[in-house]
Write a protein that binds this ligand. Structure first.
Ligand SMILES: *Cc1c(COP(=O)(O)O)cnc(C)c1O
Length: 364
């Protein structure tokens, strides 16, 4: 059997008729950027998350850096962020000239809330929480710290569409929730797309103006903005997928549960779920000190895996100027050396998961 880490084609085929009908109707509409589909997706996604406002943008990275910028964070400011994240989260900070200050993760792969306060300085302006792998950060503690130190809170929800903390959706706790709809995300488009959700109508209005060259009214530019518009085709296709989001999320939860119940392998550690949270399993991430042997073995069996992520941002060449060295963040580095994401995707076949489990369990 040949099993890939992700099957975006399955995710398309499951709702193929609806996607094709929507794509045709947008193509035939004669209107392709910022129109009816974008407006209805913004309304639908705001309602889905339980936020007052949603602004469609061109990517998840745009949602992050535009949120950071519009919250007034720039050169000389520090933003706290977990060390083990996708580098885009960090770029959302540094594009604005602000400095990322890394915090070690907890056992759920999220920012360790007990290690945040020791990193706060005069320059700290915000915490960027990344709900990595579709798990959920310790929001009560983090919100308490934000209130106490007057910090902004930005949530990177690129991997956590629909994930819950005490019944409330990620993205709705802070000043802005930033989402990516890159095709491989839980709510994926068929190209690049993103959005920002917020309960602050002023911030939403600023983002709406900013994404379109800073103009509210055509050719009247209030501020220097950017082009980060969501297009009608992606918004339309996202409307289709969003209507099935409960089913999509429930399926991921069931696949994860089967893994957690049926994987019995002494050379791996299974992911743990924080109390009072409901993760959405963007990835099912195991850890192993024999990762290389395990991936080689699984490859030999036709099973593909991915490492999210092999090089933590503080050791990335792109961030050499921050001056970090190996050993600065031991837990972050340990995770980078041992994590492995195993196949989990929409419409994963029972026999595909069965085979994956049997092969992992048989590893010696
Ligand atoms: C995918 C991702 C992003 C960036 O989203 P794009 O749409 O690719 O720009 C940011 N943060 C995290 C955690 C992601 O997984």
């Amino acid at each position: 059997m040949n099993i890939m880490p992700n099957r975006m084609d399955y995710g398309f085929m499951k709702y193929q008729r609806e996607f094709e009908e929507k794509a045709l109707s947008v193509l035939r509409s004669g209107w392709y950027v910022l129109g009816k589909e974008v407006a209805s997706f913004e309304e639908n996604f705001a309602a889905y998350t339980g936020s007052k406002c949603c602004v469609g943008l061109a990517s998840g990275l745009d949602a992050l850096w535009i949120a950071v910028k519009l919250l007034g964070i720039g050169p000389g400011d520090e933003v706290l962020i977990q060390g083990n994240t996708y580098i885009a989260s960090v770029m959302g900070i540094t594009i604005n000239g602000a400095t990322p200050v890394f915090v070690e993760p907890d056992e759920y792969y999220q920012i360790n809330a007990d290690k945040i306060e020791e990193k706060i300085t005069e320059k700290t302006k915000a915490i960027m929480v990344v709900h990595l792998y579709g798990h959920v950060a310790d929001m009560d503690k983090i919100m308490h710290i934000c209130k106490k130190h007057h910090l902004k809170l930005i949530e990177d929800c690129a991997q956590s569409h629909g994930a819950l903390y005490k019944g409330k959706m990620t993205g709705t706790f802070g000043d802005a929730g930033c989402f990516s709809f890159y095709p491989s995300k839980n709510l994926g488009a068929f190209g690049d797309a993103g959005a920002l959700v917020t309960n602050d109508a002023g911030l939403a209005e600023d983002a709406r103006v900013f994404r379109n060259y800073g103009s509210e009214k055509r050719y009247y530019n209030k501020v220097v903005g950017a082009n980060s518009r969501l297009d009608e085709l992606q918004a339309g296709l996202l409307n289709v997928r969003l209507a099935h989001m409960e089913e999509i999320t429930e399926e991921r939860r069931q696949l994860a549960e089967v893994y957690s119940r049926q994987l019995h392998q002494e050379n791996i550690l299974l992911p743990a779920t924080r109390r009072d949270t409901c993760p959405v399993w963007h990835q099912y991430v195991i850890r192993s000190h024999r990762r290389q042997e395990l991936t080689d073995y699984l490859n030999g069996k036709g099973i593909g895996t991915i490492i999210h992520y092999p090089i933590p941002p503080h050791l990335s060449e792109a961030y050499r100027s921050l001056g970090h060295r190996k050993g600065d963040f031991p837990i972050t580095e340990e995770y980078a050396d041992t994590v492995l994401s195993i196949p989990l995707y929409t419409d994963m076949r029972e026999e595909e998961q069965r085979y994956t489990i049997d092969c992992i369990n048989a590893f010696t």
